[in-house]
Design a protein around this ligand. Sequence first.
Ligand SMILES: Cc1ncc(COP(=O)(O)O)c(C=O)c1O
Length: 429
Amino acid sequence: MIGGGIHFMKYLKKSDPHIAKLIVAETKRQQETLDLIPSENIVSSAVREALGSALTNKYSEGYPNKRYYAGNAVIDDIELLAQERAKKVFRLGSEWSVNVQALSGSPANMAVYFALLKPGDTLLGMSRPFGGHLTHGDAVNFSGQIFKSVLYTVAHDGYLDYGEVHKLAKQHKPKLIVAGASAYSRIIDFEKFAKIAHEVGAYLLVDMSHISGLVVAGVHPSPFPHADVVMTTTHKTLRGPRGALIFSRNDKMIASRTKEGKEISITRAIDSAVFPGLQGGPHDNQTAAIAVALGEAMKPAFRVYGKQIVKNAKALAKNLQKLGFKIISGGTDNHLMLIDMTPLGMSGREAQDKLESVGIIVNRNTIPYDTRSAFDPSGIRIGTPSLTTRGMKEKEMALIAGFLHATVQGESIGTLKKQVLALCRKFPV
Ligand SMILES: Cc1ncc(COP(=O)(O)O)c(C=O)c1O
């Protein structure tokens, strides 16, 4: 059965069979493949119901109790509940506020930059080929074009080099330092980042998009004692719909953009940057779905889930290493790992394609000091959030490591495909 029971897409199948057919095909693909992409997850049916609700019909520019449209009493309750839960999940006090309206991670980072920086100001972030995100100052992204970006890397052992971050900060005096990554498998020391930021008078933004679910579960140190602003997407380890949360210290002040330049809190500056600075109306169905996901993340079962993500990643790394795979930095502390495929005689792209042919979905990725291009890099990036949501544990990680090994060794695609499918059926989405 394709997700959602007998009424699944009852209306869509009649009114637009073409799109309905494509959605069925994608649902089947998700059910019949192993998703090892570390930035993906599987949301609950409750989250999907909120996403597909009547809330999508509403316009509510502005913030709770300060809207530019009538009819927003219910929407106000939903947004306030999302804010309240976001703060509860991360156990935050009254010095923190949260904006739940940014449409996704990239616009959320953009809002933070527009609130705290002026065009041409310097920001210090992690280099993308070394594991950072596009929005942390990459040359092809607005963040590297509107601002002067300085980029830190990782050392040859694959670990962050805090000495380098310190040196670059002293040399370039950034106004903002971004800590956080898209492809880094080790614990990030937010305290060290904060010390550097304080020394040079920079704001510290922690982009915990990848690891926020692990922070909830207590398996990654929290950035909140150290950062001025914390951003997270809601759709990765946090297991919600697409979206973002921007937490900020409401006791930190900044000069406003008005002629008088009077001091306002960074929270107010961020709220204004999101709306009206960058967006019109929020996506209220998405806000409700975020609130539902946060409600799920507050339950004890989510802590168990977050812990299992890390246990699974460690088990997967260990089994792969036993089979001869070269894991960058020698292992993982979180939900993901990078593998250098070149010692096995193939590029990341070849590995990605071969694995897809047997039903294992990974993404190709540069490795630190990669000599190949981002389009055809040396590595792949794999992770365990989605497999863990399906209920898989260490035993299945050993099996999957075996599948990866057999695939790159060129064993029969037909046989492997059947084995992968059998495992998927045992752990349905
Ligand atoms: C660290 C980090 N920040 C921001 C983003 C951007 O999120 P989105 O894809 O929702 O724009 C991502 C997503 O890949 C990410 O990994």
